[in-house]
Design a protein around this ligand. Structure first.
Ligand code: PLP
Length: 392
């Protein structure tokens, strides 16, 4: 079945639930066993997915979301965590140990970098950052102790598309585990496990929850890596809240519809911005002149609503006036909700292996579900403030 159908039906079973369309939310710590035999059996099965003997090991609520995202990603199993970042740290620590070397793309989400630099390195993992555009050339960066290659495509803030299959192939040849942050595309627009990646990670906080009202992460793994992921989650005590998981299950039902609209509005707004005299470049892989377009077209089946806008050379005061006066585009972290967001971003402090050549202001836009005409008017008024002679 296709993903629209799967997103609608996976992870719920009305027949098991008085005919109710949606599954109940299980709030649980203690799980009771009627006999010693049952108690012992449950201990033997403790790491199996869909099995629980204590609230921390999961509930039917978490299993439902895990089952749904696993199927959408084409994985073997999944584990939920309390945030996207918790999912990332759980996945990386499952694959790495002291003395290992890991390769991280220079465009990785900032807190992922911080986790690598401040936590993994403290436990003796050697970290190197690599040019996200390296492709098969990543082979030259491998060391004898390289155990993990991390990917994120498109890259945070600057939206470079990676050659995921080429990197995964090199990793396979050398027995190295690959992990990818797939938050931007969601399981609907890119399935990295079908392109040779071992582990896909989602900040479900973004599009899957989709309403800016919950924090949640999910790790989807193939057969080979799933046991280590599950075990690591259990050992670290990862345990997402049932109400937040329910919000992700609810968000999932409308994800295909929302995402197509985010995509549609995003591409239209990106094209409109590309024509504006105030804009130097729009960073959006679905635009034909984007450097990542060919790879995006080859591997992805869609684009979400998050992209970058590189402005021409305007002063800090001008950009501030533009952003402060916007009525519909709010400033705030996160993205993937129904509302439009805008953020000034600084790429020069977040790189070490590559240079972001551009020196002019960069904005990150998340296109929400408002009317595109209203969004354009809001930006148009913003551009008037941007080009106001007072801020030259
Ligand atoms: C937001 C985000 C995360 C982290 O998710 P949280 O739920 O905020 O911890 C990870 N990766 C990317 C690409 C993100 O944008």
């Amino acid at each position: 079945m296709r993903s629209d159908t799967l997103a609608t039906h996976l992870g719920r079973d009305p027949d098991e639930n008085y005919g109710m369309v949606n599954p109940p939310v299980y709030h649980a710590s203690t799980v009771l066993f009627p006999t010693v035999e049952k108690l012992e059996e449950t201990n033997r099965r403790r790491l199996e997915s869909g099995h629980t003997h204590y609230g921390r090991m999961g509930t039917p609520t978490s299993f439902a979301l895990e089952e749904a995202i696993t199927a959408l990603e084409g994985g073997h199993g999944a584990v939920t965590a309390s945030s996207g970042l918790a999912a990332i740290s759980l996945a990386l620590t499952a694959c790495l140990e002291s003395g290992d070397h890991a390769l991280i793309p220079d465009t990785a989400y900032g807190p992922t970098r911080t986790f690598c630099d401040q936590v993994l390195s403290k436990y003796g993992v050697e970290i190197d950052y690599y040019d996200p555009l390296v492709g098969a050339g990543i082979e030259a960066l491998l060391k004898t102790n390289t155990r993990a290659i991390y990917l994120e495509s498109p890259g945070s803030l600057t939206f470079e598309i990676q050659d995921v299959p080429a990197i995964a192939e090199v990793a396979h040849k050398h027995g190295i585990t690959t992990l990818i942050d797939n938050t931007w595309a969601t399981p609907l627009f890119f399935n990295p496990l079908n392109h040779g990646v071992d582990i896909a990670i989602h900040a479900a906080t973004k599009y899957i929850v989709g309403h800016a009202d919950a924090m949640l992460g999910i790790v989807v793994a193939n057969q080979q890596t799933y046991p280590a992921i599950r075990q690591n989650a259990v050992r670290f005590g990862h345990c997402a809240g049932p109400d937040d998981i329910y919000l992700a299950l609810r968000g999932l039902r409308t994800l295909p519809t929302r995402l197509r609209h985010h995509q549609d509005q995003g591409i239209k707004l990106a094209k409109w911005l590309n024509q504006r005299p105030e804009v130097a470049r729009v960073l959006h892989p679905a635009l034909e002149d984007d450097p990542g377009h060919t790879l995006w077209r080859r591997d992805f089946s869609g684009a979400s609503g998050l992209f970058g806008v590189l402005l021409n050379d305007y002063s800090y005061a001008a950009v501030t006036a533009m952003l402060d006066g916007l009525k519909l585009f709010s400033m705030g972290y996160s993205w993937g909700g129904f509302e439009s967001l805008i953020l000034p971003v600084d790429t020069n402090t977040t790189r070490s292996a590559t240079e972001w050549g551009a020196k002019t202001p960069l904005l990150r836009i998340h296109v929400g579900l408002e009317s595109l005409l209203d969004l354009q008017s809001d930006l148009e008024a913003g551009f008037e403030r941007l080009t106001d002679d007072r801020y030259r």
